[in-house]
Design a protein around this ligand. Structure first.
Ligand code: DCT
Ligand code: MG
Length: 430
């Protein structure tokens, strides 16, 4: 019995996280069937979680149950499964016996039952039946439409709508986002690659440069954590001089629109004012920056050819040539039928892009908040509230005991305020 302990008490105080060296473990030729005990700190923001995951079978199963709970608006259950999956993601070896899980945090009875089922029978009956249930399949398909959340999907299912064909035939009224979501359904349900994210970054950089020189863009979300694919591309935009970012979003969006890069956009206004609002509450702070939910029209790789250069983006005409080939000169909003439905013959694809503008004084908080993962963010806020009596949002950190805001110019400073070891983006993949 090998006991590799992380010191939970010192973890709680935020002292250095001891990393288990997977290679060393393998060198020692530890028999995986032998029980290996791990002591893992209980908050995901105290752990280093890379994209290397030795337990994908187990974490995929638990993630599916989490997703099903979230789609059924049972958030408590969803979080419980997410936390259980995250603990397994942080383990340096593949779990092969229940005895290895002794003493690990966040593994409730339900999750343990699922894990046991998989270890003993290679599959969990609950996961399999969920995966194949009509309800789950319908919720997945319908919430796969941009602009459709679990509540809307649930309502449609009650009305007998289970798939896109039934939705199209039903005559239900779709809002503008949902119409765009349905129109670009296949593209938006295909993963975005890092190369595509980089191509969009160049376009966004050009847009920002042309409306406010010295404004800066930062790729956030999963790509900042080192993921090679994602469901969308998230950008933060700021300017080194406080206040210069005001009014930036409409200008950036107009520029992108005038160049034919947007298939859909909706800008929401910044409504966060410290004096009025106090520290943002965890659940209400995601949409308080000036934010643009958009769908980009991105030329396919062979069409993009070499990088987007100064020349290709300089004038409207040249961008037109860049974006639409000779056979597709139509502007995005008036594309051909064929164009829309036969993606193999199209020279472009639709990509979800989120743009967020942050004043420089809040930028570190925005960056931390928009880098994710979702569970890592949730755990940071829970740590702040429960362990430190602080409120963390993507705008600010408020110390309830001192009754004051704690400023930070970098993510590192925020971790320090929170009494946590700094975890770099690539290790926030909880
Ligand atoms: N975020 C959060 N809470 C939410 C939604 C988002 O904290 N309810 C943060 C964390 C990640 C960031 O915003 C971007 O969100 P997503 O794009 O949904 O996450 P992602 O990690 O970038 O996932 P993907 O790679 O699939 O885009
Ligand atoms: Mg993302």
């Amino acid at each position: 019995l090998l006991d590799i302990s992380w010191y939970t008490e010192s973890m709680r105080a935020g002292s250095p996280v001891e990393i288990l060296d997977r290679h060393k473990l393998q060198e020692q030729q530890i028999n995986e069937a032998e029980a290996v005990l791990f002591s893992v700190p209980s908050y995901a923001c105290q752990r280093r979680t890379t994209l290397d995951n030795c337990n994908t079978t187990l974490t995929d199963a638990l993630s599916l149950l989490a997703e099903n709970a979230e789609l059924s608006e049972e958030d408590g259950r969803g979080v419980a499964f997410r936390r259980a999956a995250a603990v397994l993601k942080a383990l340096p070896v593949r779990v092969t016996a229940m005895s290895q899980l002794k003493g690990l945090p966040c593994l409730g009875d339900h999750s343990l039952r699922v894990i046991k089922d998989i270890l003993e029978n290679e599959a969990s009956s609950e996961v399999e039946s969920t995966k194949h249930s009509e309800r789950f399949k319908a919720l997945k398909v319908l919430t796969g439409i941009f602009g459709v959340g679990p509540r809307t999907a649930e309502r449609w299912i009650r009305e007998g709508i289970h798939n896109l064909h039934q939705l199209r035939e039903s005559g239900v009224t779709l809002n503008r986002a949902q119409q765009a979501g349905l129109e670009h359904y296949d593209d938006l349900n295909q993963q975005v690659t890092k190369a595509e994210a980089d191509a969009i970054a160049e376009i966004v950089q050009k847009a920002v440069d042309s409306v406010l020189p010295s404004a800066q863009i930062t790729l956030a979300g999963g790509f900042r954590r080192g993921k090679q694919t994602g469901h969308d591309v998230d950008f933060l935009i700021t300017h080194p001089e406080e206040g210069r970012e005001v009014g930036l979003m409409p200008k950036v969006v107009s520029w992108l629109e005038s160049q034919g890069f947007l298939l859909y956009q909706k800008v929401t206004r910044n409504s966060y004012l410290e004096v009025n609002d106090g520290p943002g509450r965890p659940s209400s702070n995601m949409d308080r920056f000036e934010r643009c939910f958009s769908i980009f029209k991105l030329a396919k790789r062979e069409e993009r050819g070499t990088k987007v250069t100064e020349n290709t983006v300089k004038t409207k005409d040249s961008v037109g040539a860049h974006m639409h080939s000779e056979t597709d000169q139509s502007p995005p909003s008036h594309s051909h039928e064929l164009d829309q439905h036969d993606s193999t013959n199209r020279r472009w694809r639709a990509v979800r892009v989120d743009l967020v503008v942050s004043p420089i004084s809040q930028f570190a908080f925005a960056l931390l908040g928009w880098t994710g993962s979702k569970l890592f963010e949730r755990e940071l806020r829970r740590w702040a509230g429960h362990e430190k009596a602080m409120s963390l949002s993507s705008h600010a950190l408020y110390d309830n005991k001192q009754s004051r805001y704690l400023r930070a110019a970098s993510e590192e400073e925020i971790f320090t305020h929170l009494g946590l070891e700094y975890i770099p983006p690539s290790e926030r993949n909880a």
